[in-house]
Design a protein around this ligand. Structure first.
Ligand SMILES: [Fe+2]
Ligand SMILES: [Fe+2]
Length: 449
């Protein structure tokens, strides 16, 4: 696809409110000056009536969900295969169930439709599904956390510090080799992030991917090196994906990182050795525990005879992706929604926590050529054997075998992080009554054999 933005973009909007429709129209016209045709409708039924027969002319549709039912929404989605779709709703779970490979749906928050639109346009342009929008200068930079930067040396692009809104100063030139000392003065002055131009980030991602592939093909990779590479890659991807979506380069890195971690793990991972390695926790909670869960899940799988390389890949990729949409380390540690309420979090934050399994599983669905089990594991990673998990609170007996194994691994990693002296046999025995349902019970029986 032409990414110059010169092609015509046909859009339709379905919003009840005149002011929302007008605001979005203005936004779209600023992103695609003189290159967009925009049709707007008051309701889904009006839209269905008017677009039937010409629906394939549209490239982008933003639709406000009406009421609780999905009949009309399903009907209009059926007319729009291949169209980029954003649905404005508070009920993202419902929409998640309507999303498919052919018609992936982005959920937009009713309270902030404009940033949702911006996110969809950036992501769709990166994936080649829509022409690139014309963005204002301040939107061309993406933030990269200091810890992500260490994985990018030698730098493939200039790195900037934001001095104030819309004002960036180059602090490291492309080609520079960063030493820990180079970042010290910034860390000392409490700077937590730098910026790179969004158009230049691709080269950095390709560089990281090549390094990970080289390691995955090396004769040996130590757990210490794997853990360090995993943590810096995960941090970088979390920054990039949150701003640009899961681009093909980002997908390639995630897969390369998982292959590298599996290389270090070997085909016969021993649980006792893996748990010993967990004591050397490196990096912040989200990347560190994602690495640990992947390793523990493979070691448990091996122990119960589910030792194919395909299963290891599914578990490790699920571990890599499962919390990647979360912004805060604290949020990733929450195991139930009631403790989020008790912690006094705002409703908006609670919603993000509740839906992160759905969002991460949506990311995994965008990957080409990966087994569907991965998105199921991710979407179920906060469900529980007792059925009081989130987002769905699904009964424990319906949780899939690999998800159950993943949830047990997650519980075990939590226990080890809390008490590094945790013995796995004791952990399984102590939790026997918790895992007394469906696939959990079967797995536990095999583990204790
Ligand atoms: Fe997690
Ligand atoms: Fe999570």
């Amino acid at each position: 696809m032409d990414s110059s933005g010169s092609e015509l973009l046909s859009v339709f909007l379905v919003f009840k409110s005149d002011s929302t429709r007008n605001r979005l129209r203005e936004k779209l016209e600023s992103y695609f000056p003189e290159q967009s045709t925009i049709d707007s409708f008051f309701s889904i039924s009006e839209a269905i009536e008017k677009i039937e027969g010409s629906a394939n002319a549209y490239r982008l549709a933003l639709i406000e969900q009406e009421g609780q039912g999905v009949v009309l929404l399903k009907a209009i989605l059926g007319l729009l295969p291949g169209v980029v779709i954003g649905v404005v709703t508070e009920n993202s779970e419902l929409i998640g169930s309507l999303s498919s490979q052919e018609t992936p749906i982005e959920v937009l928050d009713p309270a902030d439709v404009e940033s949702g639109l911006y996110r969809i346009l950036k992501k769709s342009a990166a994936l080649g599904r829509l022409p690139s929008p014309e963005l204002r200068e301040q939107e061309e930079f993406i933030a990269i956390g200091i810890e992500s930067l260490s994985g990018l040396t030698p730098l493939k692009s200039d790195v900037y510090a934001r001095i104030r809104k819309d004002h960036y100063v180059c602090v490291f030139k492309k080609g520079s080799i960063l030493e820990t000392g180079d970042l010290k003065k910034f860390i000392d002055s409490n700077r937590t992030e730098f910026h790179v131009k969004a158009s230049e980030v691709k080269d950095s991602l390709t560089q990281v991917s090549a390094r990970l592939d080289e390691l995955a093909n090396a004769s040996e990779v130590s757990q210490a090196q794997a853990s360090q590479e995993f943590v810096s890659t995960h941090s970088l991807l979390r920054d990039v994906v949150g701003q640009l979506g899961f681009t093909p380069e980002a997908q390639a890195i995630a897969k390369s990182c998982v292959n590298m971690a599996l290389k270090a793990l070997g085909s016969k991972p021993k649980l006792s050795e893996i748990l010993e390695d967990l004591k050397r926790k490196e990096g912040a909670y989200i990347p560190a525990h994602s690495f640990m869960i992947g390793n523990v899940a493979c070691a448990l799988a091996y122990r119960i005879g589910w030792s194919s390389s395909a299963t290891f890949f599914k578990l490790s990729l699920a571990a890599f992706l499962h919390d990647i949409s979360l912004k805060s380390e604290t949020y990733a540690k929450l195991r139930d929604i009631s403790s989020a309420h008790e912690a006094g979090l705002e409703n908006e934050e609670i919603k993000l926590i509740k839906l992160h399994p759905v969002q991460a599983s949506e990311y995994s669905k965008q990957f080409a050529e990966i087994p569907s089990d991965v998105d199921i594991i991710i979407s179920q990673h906060h469900e529980t054997p007792s059925g009081d998990g989130f987002p769905r609170g699904m009964p424990g007996k319906l949780i899939s075998p690999l998800s159950a194994l993943f949830i047990i691994s997650q519980d075990l990693v939590d226990a080890v992080l809390e008490d590094p002296e945790t013995r796995f046999e004791e952990f399984f025995r102590a939790n026997a009554s918790r895992y007394e349902v469906g696939q959990f019970r079967k797995i536990l029986a095999l583990l204790l054999k």
